[in-house]
Structures are given as C-alpha cells and as structure tokens.
Design a protein around this ligand. Structure first.
Ligand code: S3P
Length: 446
C-alpha cells in the first residue's frame, strides 16, 4: 500500500479551466462511516465512499478485526458490523499506510476491547506523534509499547472494561477527540471530552445518527463538552458521503489562479467545521458562489461555482485554522499570487501532518519565486498580484509522501510560467484518486 514506485509528473500553464467536476467522497466521513458501521449490528450501506488508500487501510483493519465489508459498486459499500465490544483479535499487524486518521481512531476503538494489536505505517506516518492519543487512552486503561518519540510502530493492549475519563484536549484535534469518544463507546459509564477550540464534528453527528447517546454542551468559556454513554448499541445506517471540501480546494484554487477559468465543483460537503478555506478565499475577493445548497446525510452540501479572480492578501485569524487545517497548503499557493500580504499564524499543527507542511510549502514556494517568510507558527507571503510563478525556469518539488503538498504544487504548476515537476504523485491516491484526470477534464495538461 505504501511502497509503490514513485510517480513523477509535470504541471504547466493551463488554458482557462472550464467545466463541472466532482471530487471523491469526504475522507473524514468515509473513515467514520466504515468504523461506526463495523460496530453496528446488521447491514449498513455507504454510498459515495472515498475509495482512497487511507480509507482502504481502515477497511482492511476492520476486516482483520471481524467486520464484513464488501464493495458492491463504485463508492457503494455494504458493512455487516460486529456490535459494540465485538471486535476480534487481529491475526497480523494493522498496516495503516499513510493514514493518521485510521491510526488514531482505530487505536481508540481497540483501547476498550480485549485486543492486542500492532500498528505500523509508512515513513511519513512513522514520523508523526502518537502521544496525543496514547496519553488519554492509557488513562482509560490501555497499555502501549511505542517506538522512540511516541511513534509507530507501536503495540497496544486494550482494556476491557476500560475506565471512563473526562479529557480536556491539549491540542485542537478531531482525531484525538474521536479516539477518546470511540474508546468511550465500549466503556461503562460516561466518557467526556472537553474541546476548548471546536474541530470537525463528524464523529458527533454520525454517532448520534447511529443511535449513540451523545450530548454536546458549551461551558461558560465556550468550550464544547461532549459526553458519550458507553456500552452503546449502534443501529445500522444508510450513509451518503458528500464530496470532500479539502479535495475541492484544489480545483477551486486552480480556477481562481488560471485566467479565464469558470469551474463548478459539484456536491461538496460544507460542514461549518470544515469550510474555512472558502470563507478566507471570499475575504480575499474570490468569486465563489454556492449553488443548489442542500442537506445530504445530515451534512450541508452545495455545488461551488468559481471564476478566475484577482485575490488580495489577508490576515487569516488563527481561530479559523481548525476549520481549514488541511487546506493551508493550497491557500498558500493562492496567497503566493494574490495582491499584497497574507499572514497566517497559530499553525504549529501543520508541522506534524503527513509532512512539515510549513517548511515544505515555504521552501517550494520560494523556489517558485514567491516571497515567503517562514515563522514557527505560520507563513507570511507577499503575493505576485497575478504574475505567474516559476518565471526563471522549471522547478522540481519533493513532496515527501504528502498528498496535499503534491496536489498544491500541481495546482501551482498550472499557474506558472515554466513547468513544476513533482517528484511523486503516488501519495495522491490516499485521498484523491483521479486527481490528474479531474484536472485534465477541466482542460489542464496534467
Ligand atoms: C481529521 C482530523 C485532522 C485532519 C485530518 C483528518 C479527522 O487531523 O488534519 O486530515 O478526520 O479527524 P487532526 O486531528 O490531527 O487535526
């Protein structure tokens, strides 16, 4: 899964991008749909599932622990769950590939089962911190042997019964929040997570939909208090997964930057805890309209129409960061061609994603001729006001196994005077199978 041959590709100036496209299903919702279905008794049906490698890693691990998961048609998957508490001991190590979400959420599930499991992953995942989940899960009774620095590979032994905890998140992380809630599903009593800064709430929405007793309150300081009653019984569901707003960011920014473009990205999930990119782009002057707004599977969805626009730099308020945490790489590309200065801060978390995204974006954009200052917690970018990047010749970019870095520089290439060569587009298959075909369908040479 994670040792494919590198797949280099070059991206160059595009004619106007036009047409209507769809992006694959939401990655966060897809992982959760599989996991919660695997814990319901009976048959769940999932439509629009992201068929990317990260989601396959989740499906593979759930199968290894007893769930019956079958692909019926494109994006339509049928799951027969084992019931809360019914996961079985896997025979082999759980290979998480490149996927932090699979790793952290599944560790939560295993934490309250009588299961011993090894978690392994690729070079990128093996550099990422796991202490943020092993800490609260240890308090619930799980036991861990981790690699130096609290990293993968690691071995864990779940506790059954686990102990309910009240846990205040030290980092704004939906993965950590979800890991504790998932462990709480099979823990007697009430498990509580306090979230000072709101992060994506797909777990809360979907767990309620599956019939879990979950409440969300706010304390006097505006922190969210999420409580789940354990030993829950989950009922199977029919889930329709909307298009991923993180994936939609790539064609949207490509259309904003390539003169003459007019693109519609259909069926994009716009849950307010995910839609920060679109708010910031609008504040920069982007011509974006949400058409056909509707609710699909409990999540707000719209078609996004976007036309080439002259963008103006902005200060991005740090409070908005969690709602666009995966979109900063592509926002930085937009900022590099805006008129004036864009300032971002409060983004330390970007250093522990699939790569150090602040460092890679700062280096790569500087090599494309952009004016970038890298700070500890963000980038300051002075844009070119529409002048194409890579004015001095082709630029080679090493994406370091990070799908979003690879796609961000692919988009930068479409708005550049010379070729942008990305060393390896293979990791894009983790979240956006068909990315190059989507760009081609809009008229790009990719
Ligand atoms: C995710 C949460 C975020 C995000 C990741 C998906 C999720 O990670 O970056 O791509 O599905 O819960 P953090 O929890 O580390 O912020």
């Amino acid at each position: 899964m994670h040792q494919m041959a590198p797949s280099p590709a070059a991206f160059k100036a595009a004619r106007p991008l036009t047409g209507r496209v769809r992006v694959p299903g939401d990655k966060s919702i897809s992982h959760r749909a599989l996991m919660f279905s695997a814990l319901a008794i009976g048959e769940s049906r999932i439509e629009g599932l992201l068929e990317g490698e990260d989601v396959h890693a989740t499906a593979g691990a759930l199968r290894a622990m007893g769930a019956d998961i079958v692909r019926e048609a494109d994006g339509t998957w049928i799951v027969h769950g084992v019931g809360v508490g019914g996961l079985l001991q896997p025979a082999n190590a759980l290979d998480m590939g490149n996927s932090g979400t699979s790793t952290r959420l599944l560790m939560g599930l295993v934490a309250s089962h009588a299961i011993t499991a090894a978690f392994i992953g690729d070079a990128s995942l093996s550099r990422r911190p796991m202490g943020r989940v092993t800490d609260p899960l240890s308090r619930m009774g799980a036991d861990f042997t981790v690699s130096p620095g609290g990293r993968l590979p690691l071995m864990m032994r779940g506790a059954c019964p686990a102990v309910p905890i009240e846990y205040r998140l030290p980092v704004a992380s939906a993965q950590v929040k979800s890991a504790v809630l998932l462990a709480g599903l099979n823990t007697p009593g009430i498990t509580r997570v306090i979230e000072p800064i709101a992060t994506r709430d797909h777990s809360e929405r979907m767990l309620r939909g599956f019939g879990a007793e979950l409440t969300v309150e706010e304390d006097a300081d505006g922190a969210r208090i999420i409580s789940i009653r354990g030993e829950a019984e989950l009922r199977p569901q029919h889930i329709v997964v909307p298009g991923d707003p993180s994936s939609a960011g790539f064609p949207v920014v490509a259309a904003l930057l390539v003169p003459g473009s007019d693109v519609t990205v259909e069926n994009v999930g716009l849950n307010p805890t995910r839609a920060g990119l679109y708010e910031v782009l609008r504040a920069m002057g982007a011509d974006l309209t949400f058409e056909n707004e509707r609710i699909v599977g409990g999540e707000p969805v719209a078609d996004i129409r976007v036309r080439h626009s002259r963008l103006t730099g902005v200060e991005v308020p740090p409070e908005i960061a969690p709602s666009m945490i995966d979109e900063f790489p592509i926002l930085f590309v937009a900022a590099a061609m805006a008129n004036g200065r864009t300032v971002t801060r409060g983004l330390e978390e970007l250093r522990v994603k699939e790569s150090d995204r602040l460092a890679l974006m700062a280096n790569g954009l500087a090599r494309l001729g952009a004016h970038v200052e890298e700070r500890e917690d963000g980038l300051v970018i002075d844009g070119t006001d529409g002048t194409p990047l890579a004015a001095n010749g082709p630029v080679a970019i090493a994406a370091e196994l990070d799908h979003r870095i690879a796609m961000s520089f692919a988009v930068a290439g479409l708005a550049s005077a010379n070729r942008v060569e990305v060393d390896d587009m293979a990791p894009v298959a983790t979240s956006f199978p068909g990315f190059a075909a989507m760009l081609r369908s809009l008229g790009a040479e990719a």
